[in-house]
Design a protein around this ligand. Structure first.
Ligand code: V47
Ligand code: SF4
Length: 372
Protein backbone atom coordinates (compact mmCIF):
# COMPACT_ATOMS: atom_id res chain seq x y z
CA UNK A 1 0.00 0.00 0.00
CA UNK A 2 1.45 3.37 -0.97
CA UNK A 3 1.47 6.12 1.63
CA UNK A 4 -0.36 8.95 -0.05
CA UNK A 5 0.76 11.75 2.27
CA UNK A 6 3.47 14.11 1.01
CA UNK A 7 3.22 13.14 -2.60
CA UNK A 8 1.97 15.52 -5.21
CA UNK A 9 -1.49 15.30 -6.68
CA UNK A 10 0.09 14.33 -10.00
CA UNK A 11 1.85 11.36 -8.52
CA UNK A 12 -1.30 10.32 -6.68
CA UNK A 13 -3.18 10.40 -9.94
CA UNK A 14 -0.56 8.18 -11.58
CA UNK A 15 -0.78 5.75 -8.67
CA UNK A 16 -4.54 5.53 -9.06
CA UNK A 17 -4.25 4.91 -12.79
CA UNK A 18 -1.69 2.16 -12.33
CA UNK A 19 -3.72 0.50 -9.58
CA UNK A 20 -6.79 0.43 -11.79
CA UNK A 21 -4.81 -1.07 -14.66
CA UNK A 22 -4.76 2.01 -16.89
CA UNK A 23 -1.85 2.87 -19.14
CA UNK A 24 0.32 5.85 -18.16
CA UNK A 25 1.33 8.56 -20.61
CA UNK A 26 4.85 9.61 -21.58
CA UNK A 27 4.47 12.73 -19.43
CA UNK A 28 3.52 10.58 -16.46
CA UNK A 29 6.44 8.24 -17.07
CA UNK A 30 8.76 11.22 -17.11
CA UNK A 31 7.28 12.54 -13.88
CA UNK A 32 7.98 9.19 -12.22
CA UNK A 33 11.63 9.42 -13.24
CA UNK A 34 11.96 13.04 -12.16
CA UNK A 35 9.85 13.31 -9.05
CA UNK A 36 8.92 9.96 -7.55
CA UNK A 37 10.89 8.25 -4.81
CA UNK A 38 12.27 4.76 -5.21
CA UNK A 39 9.76 3.47 -2.66
CA UNK A 40 6.87 4.99 -4.61
CA UNK A 41 7.76 3.48 -7.99
CA UNK A 42 8.79 0.21 -6.33
CA UNK A 43 5.36 -0.24 -4.73
CA UNK A 44 3.55 0.54 -7.96
CA UNK A 45 5.80 -1.77 -9.99
CA UNK A 46 5.15 -4.50 -7.45
CA UNK A 47 1.41 -4.18 -7.97
CA UNK A 48 1.83 -4.50 -11.73
CA UNK A 49 4.19 -7.46 -11.34
CA UNK A 50 1.81 -9.31 -9.03
CA UNK A 51 -1.09 -8.68 -11.39
CA UNK A 52 0.87 -10.09 -14.31
CA UNK A 53 3.02 -12.81 -12.80
CA UNK A 54 1.98 -13.35 -9.18
CA UNK A 55 4.94 -14.40 -7.07
CA UNK A 56 6.60 -16.36 -9.84
CA UNK A 57 10.18 -15.62 -10.80
CA UNK A 58 11.22 -17.25 -14.02
CA UNK A 59 14.62 -18.61 -14.95
CA UNK A 60 15.85 -20.92 -17.66
CA UNK A 61 18.77 -23.19 -18.34
CA UNK A 62 20.74 -21.82 -21.20
CA UNK A 63 24.24 -21.39 -22.50
CA UNK A 64 25.80 -18.81 -24.75
CA UNK A 65 27.84 -19.06 -27.89
CA UNK A 66 29.72 -15.97 -29.00
CA UNK A 67 30.91 -16.74 -32.55
CA UNK A 68 33.32 -13.79 -32.64
CA UNK A 69 34.24 -10.54 -30.93
CA UNK A 70 35.49 -9.08 -34.19
CA UNK A 71 33.10 -6.32 -35.18
CA UNK A 72 32.86 -3.94 -38.10
CA UNK A 73 31.04 -1.44 -35.90
CA UNK A 74 32.51 0.74 -33.20
CA UNK A 75 29.93 1.46 -30.51
CA UNK A 76 31.55 3.75 -27.95
CA UNK A 77 30.15 1.86 -24.97
CA UNK A 78 31.43 -1.52 -26.11
CA UNK A 79 34.39 -3.11 -24.33
CA UNK A 80 34.06 -6.27 -26.25
CA UNK A 81 34.55 -5.81 -29.92
CA UNK A 82 37.87 -5.80 -31.65
CA UNK A 83 37.87 -3.90 -34.88
CA UNK A 84 38.42 -5.99 -37.95
CA UNK A 85 41.76 -4.24 -38.50
CA UNK A 86 43.02 -5.37 -35.08
CA UNK A 87 41.64 -8.83 -35.18
CA UNK A 88 44.72 -10.51 -33.76
CA UNK A 89 43.15 -9.55 -30.39
CA UNK A 90 39.88 -11.15 -31.34
CA UNK A 91 38.46 -14.63 -31.75
CA UNK A 92 36.38 -16.23 -34.46
CA UNK A 93 34.94 -19.70 -34.06
CA UNK A 94 34.34 -22.22 -36.82
CA UNK A 95 31.07 -24.16 -37.03
CA UNK A 96 32.87 -27.24 -35.67
CA UNK A 97 34.20 -25.26 -32.69
CA UNK A 98 30.72 -23.97 -31.95
CA UNK A 99 29.27 -27.45 -32.29
CA UNK A 100 31.84 -28.62 -29.74
CA UNK A 101 30.41 -26.05 -27.29
CA UNK A 102 26.93 -27.48 -27.89
CA UNK A 103 28.25 -31.01 -27.35
CA UNK A 104 29.60 -30.04 -23.93
CA UNK A 105 25.95 -29.91 -22.85
CA UNK A 106 25.02 -33.36 -24.15
CA UNK A 107 22.91 -35.13 -21.55
CA UNK A 108 22.32 -31.92 -19.58
CA UNK A 109 18.82 -30.44 -19.28
CA UNK A 110 19.58 -27.10 -20.98
CA UNK A 111 16.69 -25.82 -23.09
CA UNK A 112 18.19 -22.85 -24.93
CA UNK A 113 21.32 -21.71 -26.71
CA UNK A 114 21.72 -17.93 -27.00
CA UNK A 115 24.00 -17.01 -29.91
CA UNK A 116 25.22 -13.45 -30.18
CA UNK A 117 28.49 -11.73 -30.96
CA UNK A 118 30.29 -9.08 -32.94
CA UNK A 119 29.52 -8.40 -36.61
CA UNK A 120 32.25 -10.20 -38.52
CA UNK A 121 32.46 -9.30 -42.23
CA UNK A 122 33.20 -12.88 -43.26
CA UNK A 123 30.47 -14.62 -41.25
CA UNK A 124 27.52 -14.33 -43.59
CA UNK A 125 23.91 -15.47 -43.88
CA UNK A 126 24.90 -18.84 -45.34
CA UNK A 127 27.46 -19.43 -42.56
CA UNK A 128 24.89 -18.77 -39.85
CA UNK A 129 22.22 -20.89 -41.58
CA UNK A 130 24.77 -23.73 -41.68
CA UNK A 131 25.57 -23.18 -37.99
CA UNK A 132 21.89 -23.30 -37.00
CA UNK A 133 21.32 -26.41 -39.11
CA UNK A 134 24.35 -28.15 -37.58
CA UNK A 135 23.13 -27.41 -34.03
CA UNK A 136 19.59 -28.63 -34.82
CA UNK A 137 20.93 -31.79 -36.42
CA UNK A 138 22.89 -32.55 -33.25
CA UNK A 139 20.22 -31.50 -30.76
CA UNK A 140 16.78 -30.90 -32.32
CA UNK A 141 15.07 -30.05 -29.00
CA UNK A 142 17.39 -27.13 -28.21
CA UNK A 143 15.71 -23.73 -28.71
CA UNK A 144 17.96 -21.48 -30.79
CA UNK A 145 17.65 -17.81 -29.78
CA UNK A 146 20.09 -16.12 -32.07
CA UNK A 147 21.52 -12.85 -33.40
CA UNK A 148 20.55 -9.29 -32.65
CA UNK A 149 18.87 -6.98 -35.13
CA UNK A 150 22.31 -5.42 -35.65
CA UNK A 151 23.71 -8.73 -36.87
CA UNK A 152 20.62 -9.39 -39.03
CA UNK A 153 20.70 -5.95 -40.61
CA UNK A 154 24.32 -6.45 -41.67
CA UNK A 155 23.99 -10.05 -42.88
CA UNK A 156 20.76 -9.42 -44.82
CA UNK A 157 22.08 -6.30 -46.52
CA UNK A 158 25.27 -8.11 -47.44
CA UNK A 159 23.31 -11.04 -48.86
CA UNK A 160 21.01 -8.60 -50.70
CA UNK A 161 17.85 -10.13 -49.27
CA UNK A 162 14.89 -8.44 -47.60
CA UNK A 163 14.38 -8.82 -43.86
CA UNK A 164 11.51 -11.20 -44.53
CA UNK A 165 13.51 -13.34 -46.94
CA UNK A 166 16.50 -13.47 -44.59
CA UNK A 167 14.45 -14.41 -41.55
CA UNK A 168 12.52 -17.08 -43.49
CA UNK A 169 15.83 -18.55 -44.69
CA UNK A 170 17.13 -18.82 -41.11
CA UNK A 171 13.78 -20.10 -39.80
CA UNK A 172 13.93 -22.88 -42.39
CA UNK A 173 17.37 -23.76 -40.96
CA UNK A 174 15.94 -23.91 -37.41
CA UNK A 175 16.01 -20.40 -35.88
CA UNK A 176 13.46 -20.23 -33.05
CA UNK A 177 13.54 -16.71 -31.60
CA UNK A 178 15.44 -13.43 -31.44
CA UNK A 179 17.25 -11.86 -28.48
CA UNK A 180 16.78 -8.21 -27.60
CA UNK A 181 20.24 -6.73 -28.12
CA UNK A 182 21.28 -3.82 -30.27
CA UNK A 183 18.38 -1.54 -29.33
CA UNK A 184 20.54 0.66 -27.06
CA UNK A 185 18.64 4.01 -27.09
CA UNK A 186 16.51 4.66 -30.14
CA UNK A 187 16.65 8.47 -30.14
CA UNK A 188 18.80 9.57 -33.13
CA UNK A 189 20.76 12.22 -31.19
CA UNK A 190 21.88 9.70 -28.60
CA UNK A 191 22.41 6.91 -31.12
CA UNK A 192 24.61 9.21 -33.16
CA UNK A 193 26.85 9.72 -30.11
CA UNK A 194 27.03 6.18 -28.74
CA UNK A 195 26.63 3.85 -31.74
CA UNK A 196 26.55 5.97 -34.88
CA UNK A 197 27.35 3.36 -37.49
CA UNK A 198 24.96 0.49 -36.81
CA UNK A 199 21.30 -0.10 -37.61
CA UNK A 200 19.03 2.78 -36.64
CA UNK A 201 15.82 2.63 -34.62
CA UNK A 202 13.58 2.15 -37.66
CA UNK A 203 15.74 -0.74 -38.89
CA UNK A 204 15.81 -2.42 -35.45
CA UNK A 205 12.04 -2.11 -35.09
CA UNK A 206 11.40 -3.35 -38.64
CA UNK A 207 13.41 -6.52 -38.01
CA UNK A 208 11.49 -7.28 -34.82
CA UNK A 209 8.11 -6.44 -36.36
CA UNK A 210 8.84 -8.66 -39.36
CA UNK A 211 9.96 -11.47 -37.06
CA UNK A 212 6.72 -11.16 -35.08
CA UNK A 213 4.69 -11.29 -38.30
CA UNK A 214 6.48 -14.50 -39.26
CA UNK A 215 5.64 -16.02 -35.87
CA UNK A 216 8.96 -15.55 -34.08
CA UNK A 217 8.97 -14.12 -30.55
CA UNK A 218 11.67 -11.71 -29.51
CA UNK A 219 12.98 -9.62 -26.61
CA UNK A 220 13.86 -5.94 -26.37
CA UNK A 221 16.66 -4.23 -24.46
CA UNK A 222 17.48 -0.67 -23.45
CA UNK A 223 21.03 0.36 -22.62
CA UNK A 224 20.66 2.99 -19.89
CA UNK A 225 23.09 5.14 -17.93
CA UNK A 226 25.30 6.50 -20.70
CA UNK A 227 24.48 10.03 -21.85
CA UNK A 228 20.74 9.74 -22.39
CA UNK A 229 18.17 11.77 -20.49
CA UNK A 230 14.99 10.40 -18.93
CA UNK A 231 12.97 11.60 -21.90
CA UNK A 232 15.09 9.36 -24.16
CA UNK A 233 14.36 6.32 -21.99
CA UNK A 234 10.65 7.09 -22.16
CA UNK A 235 10.77 7.61 -25.92
CA UNK A 236 12.60 4.30 -26.30
CA UNK A 237 9.98 2.47 -24.29
CA UNK A 238 7.15 4.25 -26.13
CA UNK A 239 8.36 2.94 -29.49
CA UNK A 240 8.52 -0.57 -28.06
CA UNK A 241 5.07 -0.25 -26.47
CA UNK A 242 3.62 0.91 -29.79
CA UNK A 243 5.16 -2.00 -31.69
CA UNK A 244 3.97 -4.42 -29.04
CA UNK A 245 0.42 -3.04 -29.43
CA UNK A 246 0.61 -3.90 -33.13
CA UNK A 247 2.36 -7.27 -32.99
CA UNK A 248 2.28 -8.75 -29.48
CA UNK A 249 5.55 -10.52 -30.29
CA UNK A 250 7.78 -9.30 -27.46
CA UNK A 251 8.21 -11.58 -24.47
CA UNK A 252 10.55 -9.62 -22.26
CA UNK A 253 11.99 -6.18 -21.73
CA UNK A 254 15.58 -6.13 -20.47
CA UNK A 255 17.02 -2.85 -19.17
CA UNK A 256 20.82 -3.11 -19.43
CA UNK A 257 22.89 -0.99 -17.06
CA UNK A 258 25.91 0.62 -18.77
CA UNK A 259 29.22 -0.72 -17.42
CA UNK A 260 32.17 1.57 -17.99
CA UNK A 261 35.36 -0.48 -17.89
CA UNK A 262 37.74 -0.42 -20.87
CA UNK A 263 35.59 1.34 -23.40
CA UNK A 264 35.45 4.77 -25.06
CA UNK A 265 32.85 5.94 -22.54
CA UNK A 266 34.80 5.09 -19.40
CA UNK A 267 34.58 8.76 -18.44
CA UNK A 268 30.82 8.33 -17.81
CA UNK A 269 30.24 7.27 -14.20
CA UNK A 270 28.04 4.21 -13.72
CA UNK A 271 24.49 4.73 -12.48
CA UNK A 272 23.62 4.19 -8.81
CA UNK A 273 21.66 1.20 -7.53
CA UNK A 274 18.76 3.55 -6.80
CA UNK A 275 18.76 4.69 -10.43
CA UNK A 276 18.93 1.09 -11.65
CA UNK A 277 16.01 -0.03 -9.50
CA UNK A 278 13.94 3.00 -10.49
CA UNK A 279 14.53 2.16 -14.14
CA UNK A 280 13.32 -1.42 -13.66
CA UNK A 281 10.28 -0.22 -11.74
CA UNK A 282 9.27 2.47 -14.26
CA UNK A 283 9.77 0.00 -17.11
CA UNK A 284 7.36 -2.38 -15.36
CA UNK A 285 4.81 0.40 -14.86
CA UNK A 286 5.13 1.97 -18.34
CA UNK A 287 5.34 -1.20 -20.47
CA UNK A 288 1.88 -2.47 -19.58
CA UNK A 289 1.78 -4.74 -22.63
CA UNK A 290 5.07 -6.57 -21.98
CA UNK A 291 4.50 -9.82 -20.12
CA UNK A 292 7.93 -9.91 -18.46
CA UNK A 293 10.76 -7.69 -17.20
CA UNK A 294 14.15 -9.36 -17.00
CA UNK A 295 17.18 -8.49 -14.89
CA UNK A 296 20.21 -9.90 -16.62
CA UNK A 297 22.19 -10.92 -13.56
CA UNK A 298 25.66 -11.31 -15.13
CA UNK A 299 25.57 -7.57 -15.86
CA UNK A 300 23.83 -6.38 -12.70
CA UNK A 301 25.52 -8.70 -10.25
CA UNK A 302 23.57 -11.38 -8.44
CA UNK A 303 22.78 -9.31 -5.33
CA UNK A 304 21.29 -6.43 -7.28
CA UNK A 305 19.44 -8.90 -9.50
CA UNK A 306 17.91 -10.30 -6.31
CA UNK A 307 17.01 -6.77 -5.18
CA UNK A 308 15.39 -6.01 -8.55
CA UNK A 309 12.75 -8.65 -7.77
CA UNK A 310 11.21 -6.01 -5.47
CA UNK A 311 11.11 -3.48 -8.33
CA UNK A 312 8.97 -5.17 -10.98
CA UNK A 313 11.34 -7.85 -12.24
CA UNK A 314 9.96 -11.38 -12.67
CA UNK A 315 12.74 -13.03 -14.66
CA UNK A 316 16.44 -13.42 -13.97
CA UNK A 317 17.55 -15.16 -17.14
CA UNK A 318 19.39 -18.42 -16.93
CA UNK A 319 22.15 -20.44 -15.48
CA UNK A 320 24.42 -19.34 -18.35
CA UNK A 321 28.07 -20.34 -18.21
CA UNK A 322 31.47 -18.79 -18.37
CA UNK A 323 31.57 -18.18 -22.12
CA UNK A 324 29.67 -14.88 -21.75
CA UNK A 325 32.27 -12.17 -22.13
CA UNK A 326 30.38 -9.04 -23.14
CA UNK A 327 29.82 -7.96 -19.53
CA UNK A 328 32.89 -9.30 -17.81
CA UNK A 329 34.94 -7.29 -20.30
CA UNK A 330 32.90 -4.15 -19.49
CA UNK A 331 33.55 -4.38 -15.76
CA UNK A 332 30.65 -6.37 -14.31
CA UNK A 333 31.27 -7.85 -10.85
CA UNK A 334 30.47 -11.20 -12.43
CA UNK A 335 33.79 -12.08 -14.01
CA UNK A 336 32.81 -15.71 -14.54
CA UNK A 337 29.05 -15.53 -14.86
CA UNK A 338 27.82 -18.96 -13.98
CA UNK A 339 25.15 -20.00 -11.48
CA UNK A 340 23.85 -23.48 -10.91
CA UNK A 341 20.10 -24.01 -10.94
CA UNK A 342 20.24 -24.62 -7.17
CA UNK A 343 21.97 -21.27 -6.62
CA UNK A 344 19.41 -19.46 -8.78
CA UNK A 345 16.55 -21.11 -6.93
CA UNK A 346 18.04 -20.15 -3.55
CA UNK A 347 18.48 -16.55 -4.69
CA UNK A 348 14.79 -16.41 -5.68
CA UNK A 349 13.53 -18.12 -2.53
CA UNK A 350 15.53 -15.74 -0.31
CA UNK A 351 13.43 -12.95 -1.88
CA UNK A 352 10.27 -14.90 -0.85
CA UNK A 353 9.31 -15.60 -4.43
CA UNK A 354 8.43 -18.81 -6.21
CA UNK A 355 11.12 -20.04 -8.64
CA UNK A 356 9.72 -21.37 -11.91
CA UNK A 357 11.90 -22.90 -14.57
CA UNK A 358 10.69 -21.87 -18.02
CA UNK A 359 11.64 -22.52 -21.59
CA UNK A 360 12.43 -19.59 -23.88
CA UNK A 361 8.74 -18.99 -24.62
CA UNK A 362 7.75 -19.07 -20.92
CA UNK A 363 6.21 -22.52 -20.94
CA UNK A 364 6.70 -23.77 -17.39
CA UNK A 365 8.93 -26.77 -16.85
CA UNK A 366 7.87 -28.80 -13.86
CA UNK A 367 9.90 -31.20 -11.78
CA UNK A 368 13.24 -29.64 -12.42
CA UNK A 369 16.09 -31.43 -10.73
CA UNK A 370 18.40 -29.33 -8.59
CA UNK A 371 21.37 -31.52 -9.10
CA UNK A 372 23.45 -29.69 -11.66
O1 V47 B 1 23.12 -4.62 -27.38
C1 V47 B 1 27.36 -3.85 -24.71
C2 V47 B 1 24.92 -4.38 -24.34
C3 V47 B 1 23.85 -5.98 -25.50
C4 V47 B 1 27.84 -2.89 -22.81
O2 V47 B 1 17.39 -11.16 -25.29
C5 V47 B 1 26.51 -3.32 -22.78
O3 V47 B 1 17.45 -12.55 -23.64
C6 V47 B 1 26.30 -2.49 -20.66
O4 V47 B 1 21.23 -7.91 -25.75
N1 V47 B 1 27.55 -2.02 -20.63
C7 V47 B 1 23.91 -7.44 -25.95
N2 V47 B 1 25.73 -3.12 -21.70
C8 V47 B 1 23.36 -8.39 -24.89
C9 V47 B 1 21.88 -8.58 -24.98
C10 V47 B 1 21.15 -9.59 -24.17
C11 V47 B 1 21.71 -10.05 -23.00
C12 V47 B 1 20.99 -11.00 -22.26
C13 V47 B 1 19.80 -11.51 -22.66
C14 V47 B 1 19.25 -11.04 -23.85
C15 V47 B 1 17.96 -11.62 -24.30
C16 V47 B 1 19.92 -10.08 -24.61
O5 V47 B 1 24.84 -5.76 -24.53
C17 V47 B 1 24.15 -4.93 -26.52
C18 V47 B 1 24.44 -3.74 -25.63
O6 V47 B 1 23.25 -3.04 -25.33
N3 V47 B 1 26.25 -3.90 -23.97
N4 V47 B 1 28.36 -3.24 -24.01
C19 V47 B 1 28.37 -2.19 -21.69
N5 V47 B 1 29.60 -1.70 -21.66
FE1 SF4 C 1 29.85 -4.50 -32.32
FE2 SF4 C 1 27.77 -5.06 -30.73
FE3 SF4 C 1 30.04 -4.06 -29.66
FE4 SF4 C 1 28.49 -2.49 -31.18
S1 SF4 C 1 27.89 -3.46 -29.17
S2 SF4 C 1 30.74 -2.69 -31.35
S3 SF4 C 1 27.68 -3.93 -32.69
S4 SF4 C 1 29.81 -6.06 -30.66
Amino acid sequence: MIATTNISADLQQIAEKVKSGQRITDQEGLLLFEKASLGFVGSLANEVRIRKNGDKVYFNRNFHIEPTNVCVFSCNFCSYSKLYAKREEGWELSIDQMLDIVKKYDGQPVTEVHIVGGVHPKMDLQFFADLIRAIKAHRPDLHIKAFTAVEYDYMFRKAKVTVEEGLKFLMAAGLNSIPGGGAEIFHPEIREKICADKVDAAGWLLIHETAHKLGLYSNATMLFGTIEKYEHRIEHMRRLRELQDRSGGFNTFIPLKFRNKDNDMSYVPESSVVEDMKTYAIARIYLDNFPHIKAYWPMLGRQNAQLSLSFGVDDIDGTIDDTTKIYSMAGSEEQTPSMTTAELVTLIKQAKRVPVERDTLYNEITNYALTD
